[in-house]
Design a protein around this ligand. Sequence first.
Ligand SMILES: Nc1ncnc2c1ncn2[C@@H]1O[C@H](COP(=O)(O)OP(=O)(O)O)[C@@H](O)[C@H]1O
Ligand SMILES: [Mg+2]
Length: 381
Amino acid sequence: MNKENLHQKKIGVLGGGQLGRMLNLAASNLGFHLHFLDKEIDFPVGLVSSNLSTGDFTNKEDVLTFGQNMDILTIEIENVNTEALRELQASGIKVFPQPKIIDLIKDKGLQKMFYEKQDLPTSEFKIYENNQAIKKAINENKIAIPFVQKARTEGYDGKGVLVVKKKSDLEKLFTSPSLIEPLVDIKKELAVIVARNESGDIETYPTVDMVFDQEANLVDYLQCPAVISKEVDQKCQMIAVDLAKKLDLVGLLAIEFFLTNSGEVLINEMAPRTHNSGHLSMNTCVTSQFEQHLRSILNLPLGSTEVIQPGIMVNLLGEKDYTGPARYSFIHSLLELPGVHAHIYGKKISKPKRKMGHINIVGKDPDKLKETLTQVKKLIP
Ligand SMILES: Nc1ncnc2c1ncn2[C@@H]1O[C@H](COP(=O)(O)OP(=O)(O)O)[C@@H](O)[C@H]1O
Ligand SMILES: [Mg+2]
């Protein structure tokens, strides 16, 4: 049992975006006061926490200065300076997820090599230094079109992913080090979040469906639990537990899967933190992913992930062709709908497709959920 006086500990978080904000709200409920590091005070966290240090979490000195005053450090984004985190860890500060896991996951090339080495199911891949090397490999018939190019680092929300379907797409190739995968024949995209604490306790969240908007290459909506066979569900859940153990994870890990048309389950990618695919847990599960993240890094008992009510989530994105003060004129009509919970991140400026919030719709009847989803989509930009 963890008998330390946890409420005396200083818990630091790198990143002050929406994930940090929701983590802070969950921490408040448990009586913890988190400290954050990010560039600007008016990032989403700034509005709900007064413990915000300004600085750059990609800068070694900034992370060291911030981190050395903490007892426990965690992240809400993986693009952080891990050299500093390694030093802080060596000096006795607890860093969860561990820097070695963050380093592995920051680089999609290393991620793929890890799956291969650990015999975990993922699509084939090849690694290239730059676009010229890819073009050369095409000329030598070592790569066939169609394929998918992924920048090894710093990609998110579809940025850093290029689907090459025809020769003329080659003009758009990223110049940075990247990996190439065959275009997978995707039936569904699924996700599982797994939590593990220092004692080694593990809990997985129910598998969710991520329904994609093909054009924007962004998630259209999420559904919990996923509409899949028991067999596919078990495969995803087992891989999640296996990954948590093989990584020696402390914290949360979100895993994205492809279910292929031939019934295979492949790991697409993972993130060592709270994740967009876990937002439904705030209203559908006994314990939200944010509370679970805190429980895992503080070595507290993990909470139940049982589904209380099924649900659907849509991201609230910034309006097309509008940049300016955020506006939510739909809020009254939105909250009139049954089972709707709005989670608005408090970003002051709206930009096209910027993640401004998310809407969780809960209810027992799947048909009703879809009906409400249609109504919600009519209201939001
Ligand atoms: N090999 C692939 N075959 C087909 N579609 C893919 C492949 N890799 C990625 N995609 C599509 O692109 C999306 C984004 O890719 P992903 O690797 O998850 O990058 P991101 O870090 O931007 O989420 C995926 O969710 C999927 O829809
Ligand atoms: Mg992804």
